[in-house]
Each structure stands twice: as structure tokens, then as C-alpha cells.
Design a protein around this ligand. Structure first.
Ligand code: BJ8
Length: 425
């Protein structure tokens, strides 16, 4: 890929040497973790292709779109309402936050006890290796956890185009009112950026595009309830990760296509793991590309992941936006209602997340839950204590794992996961 896109990356201001090294590591990891899996559905070829072109063709598409006036908006959180961005014919992309990069540089700016996800965003910017950050006309930060909230102040000094959205911390009427005000302010900012006034039909179209993506993911989730599992958790996670930056219509078609194949597999009783393989629900912090460590450890230890209670998973996609209103204000209300259901651990209290985890455990016929907390992530790590206790009290075997993006603890994690699987087997 390097040769074909070199001038594009150069024009974006990337550090070509560092970028080449990143692509090399990414390519090797992908080969070792994904391509070596057995009996993958043929439909994964599309996602292999997307990954092989992750910094190439997709970035070129975005840049071509920009020449035609289509703005690019970067985001770090599922609270950024994609419907509003699509309504203005702009493109929303999730920004790379799943790997350590330029850690020495990052450590000069952020405290060492900052979660890997936040450090990663800074590392990609400081190391000049993310074509998405460099292509974005606007980067949306959100006041979710304290780490993100304060780090956007710093990010603002590194990038000229950071827009910060405030977010409520409680699911109260006042919290909803705040979210509504913030989404209105965001809509104004997007209208300004794109030079358009969003009307009812534009907003309906935005909702339709994003709902279609979510429906395709719902279909995939439904199929993962089968035993034997027709697709690995790693591949399903990858699809959920690609959700954040692929062209939405093409993505929806590709997910539906793979679902057709998985339906056939289920009819034929064909799976990627033998029938009766231990089934795990993953719960916790989001896993952005290329954060595949824990799922890889779980699925090479004799279990299959059948669902993700995560923002890169059901927390991010399970709710649709009602498109029945016929005014912009009515549709914006529906968008607020939809996002207000997201049960991120920044909310206090946050009982819905626990209920949903229990529900997933039952619906996916799982035998255990593995809670994934990123080190120094206060919301999820602190919440995990209550989640583990409540799940265990409900006879749901639970393993609490706190880790980061390095591979240093991989062996130790594998031992813990294996011991947990032995316990539940
Ligand atoms: S809606 S989970 S995407 S905020 S891991 S940066 S919480 S210290 S990512 Fe998130 Fe939106 Fe919530 Fe989802 Fe902070 Fe924790 Fe780091 Fe985190």
C-alpha cells in the first residue's frame, strides 16, 4: 500500500518513517490474530480488504469527498450523534485510539496514570501517524470521564479544530435537558462547518443511514446466539470496529452479506468453534482498532466471545433512533432520547449497564462474563467492583481483568483466563 499513497500521506503531514513502522506492526498483528483463524466466513474478505486499506483507500475516499465539499468530523465517543453529521452530508469517523504510539512524547504531556485510550489519541497526533486526525475538519471531544475532559484542553493546543461537547453525568430530567441543549449547539456547529441548514428530510435521511447500519449489526448479533458460533468474537469485534470509519452504506451491505452467509452456516450447523465451546460475554471499556489483545487471548484459550457489552458493541449500537417525527425539533428530541439510553460508566448511578450485561449473558447462552477495564479508567474500573459482585450474586461467573495496550501482561492474562475457563467448564 505504501507506494500508492505516499504522496497523500506526505500532503497530510504524516511522518512517513513512523507511519510505515506502524503499518508494518498493524499488518503483522492482523496476520497473526485474524488471518490464522480457521473456517472464517468468506464475507470477512471484505473486512480484510478494509483493514489492508485502512490508511489508504478509505482516507483517499475521505479526501476526494472533501474536494467535493464533504466535511470530515472525527470523534472519540459514541455520544457524538452521527445522524446530525450525516444529515449535513458530512462524514463521521472514529479516531484511532487502540494502540500505544510515541509514548515518550505522550509522557511529557500527560500524567503516566492516564488510560491507554487517551494516551493513544495523543500518541497518534504527536507521532504524526493518523491520516484520519489530519483529514478531519472538526474533532469532537466530549466531557465524559475526567481524563478525556481535561485532556481535550491539552489536545486543543495541538489541533486548531477541537470542538468540545458537554455531557450529563446523571440520567435525570436535568441531564436530558443538558444533552438536548448540547446536541442543538452541535447541530449549529455542524451547520456552520458544512454551510447548510439541516431540514426535516436531511435529518430523516441521516437517521435512516445510521439506523440501517445498526440494524445490520443487530442481525449479526442475533446470529451470534447460535451454537456452534458461526463467526468468531474477534471477527465480530472487527466488524464493530470497522463500523466507525467505513462508508456507512457499503458497510451495511457488507454486514448484511456476511449475515446471509452466517444464516446458511447455522442451517448447516457449521461453526468456527465446535458446538459446546464455552461462551463468553465481554463487558467494559471500548476496544478501538487495533486493540485485540484480550479477545485474542480468550479465543485462543478455548472459548468463544458471543457478545460485547461495550461502546464498540451493543452499548454503542443496540438502540435505534425513532424517525417518525415531522419537525427538526421532534427528530432532535428522538436523537436525544436514543443517546440518553447509552449506559456509559460516566453516569452515576448506572444500573442499566448491569441489567444489560445480565440480559446479554442470558440471551447469548453465555457461561461467563469477562469484565475488561483499562488501567487508570476510573469509571469502568470502579464500576467493575459492583458489576462483578452483582453478577456473581446472580450466579454469573465473572472475571475482572484490568490491562493496558502493552503485550507485557499477555502471558499472565492468558493464565488467568484459562483458570477462569476451567472454573466455568
Ligand atoms: S460512551 S465508554 S466511548 S466515554 S477508557 S477515556 S472512560 S478513562 S472511552 Fe467511552 Fe464514550 Fe463512555 Fe463509550 Fe475515560 Fe475510561 Fe479512558 Fe474511556
Amino acid at each position: 500500500m505504501s507506494g500508492a499513497y505516499e504522496s497523500m500521506w506526505k500532503d497530510l503531514g504524516l511522518n512517513l518513517t513512523a507511519h510505515d513502522a506502524l503499518l508494518q506492526v498493524l499488518g503483522n498483528a492482523y496476520q497473526d490474530i485474524f488471518i490464522t483463524q480457521k473456517d472464517r466466513p468468506a464475507g470477512m474478505d471484505y473486512f480484510n480488504f478494509v483493514m489492508s486499506e485502512v490508511h489508504g483507500l478509505r482516507v483517499k475516499e475521505l479526501l476526494d469527498g472533501k474536494k467535493e465539499g464533504r466535511k470530515v468530523v472525527g470523534s472519540f465517543c459514541v455520544f457524538v450523534p452521527e445522524e446530525v453529521v450525516r444529515a449535513a452530508n458530512a462524514t463521521l469517523v472514529g479516531l484511532c485510539t487502540g494502540a500505544d504510539f510515541a509514548t515518550d512524547e505522550v509522557d511529557k504531556i500527560l500524567p503516566r496514570n492516564t488510560c491507554s485510550l487517551i494516551k493513544s489519541a495523543f500518541g497518534f497526533k504527536l507521532g504524526k501517524v493518523c491520516p484520519y486526525i489530519e483529514s478531519a475538519d472538526m474533532i469532537v471531544g466530549e466531557n465524559t470521564c475526567d481524563g478525556k475532559k481535561k485532556s481535550y484542553e491539552v489536545l486543543n493546543t495541538l489541533m486548531p479544530n477541537v470542538y468540545v461537547m458537554d455531557l450529563p453525568q446523571t440520567k435525570s430530567p436535568e441531564g436530558r435537558a443538558l444533552l438536548k441543549e448540547e446536541y442543538k449547539r452541535f447541530k449549529d456547529a455542524i451547520e456552520n462547518l458544512c454551510g447548510v441548514k439541516i431540514d426535516v428530510s436531511m435529518l430523516k435521511q441521516g437517521i435512516e443511514i445510521v439506523n440501517a447500519k445498526r440494524r445490520a449489526i443487530h442481525r449479526l448479533s442475533e446470529l451470534r446466539k447460535a451454537d456452534p458460533a458461526p463467526i468468531s468474537g474477534l471477527d465480530a469485534l472487527l466488524i464493530n470496529q470497522v463500523y466507525f470509519y467505513d462508508d456507512p452504506v457499503r458497510f451495511t451491505d457488507s454486514v448484511n452479506k456476511i449475515c446471509d452467509e452466517l444464516e446458511q452456516r447455522i442451517n448447516d450447523k457449521k461453526g468456527v468453534f465446535p458446538q459446546g465451546t464455552t461462551r463468553i460475554v465481554l463487558s467494559g471499556c471500548p476496544m478501538a482498532v487495533p486493540n485485540w489483545k484480550l479477545p485474542w487471548i480468550i479465543e485462543t484459550s478455548g472459548a468463544v466471545i458471543v457478545g460485547e457489552e461495550s461502546c464498540v458493541g451493543e452499548r454503542g449500537t443496540r438502540n435505534l433512533t425513532d424517525d417518525s417525527a415531522n419537525t427538526v425539533d421532534g427528530l432532535m428530541d428522538a436523537i436525544v432520547d436514543r443517546y440518553f439510553q447509552v449506559d456509559c460508566a460516566i453516569f452515576t448511578p448506572n444500573p442499566d449497564r448491569l441489567d444489560h450485561t445480565k440480559q446479554m449473558y442470558g440471551q447469548y447462552n453465555a457461561q461467563g462474563v469477562i469484565h475488561y477495564g483499562l488501567q487508570f479508567c476510573q469509571p469502568y474500573q470502579i464500576e467493575s467492583y459492583g458489576v462483578e459482585n452483582a453478577l456473581e450474586a446472580a450466579q454469573i461467573p465473572t472475571l475482572r481483568v484490568d490491562t493496558d495496550y502493552s503485550m507485557e501482561d499477555a502471558e499472565q492474562l492468558k493464565t488467568r483466563v484459562q483458570a477462569f475457563l476451567e472454573r466455568i467448564q
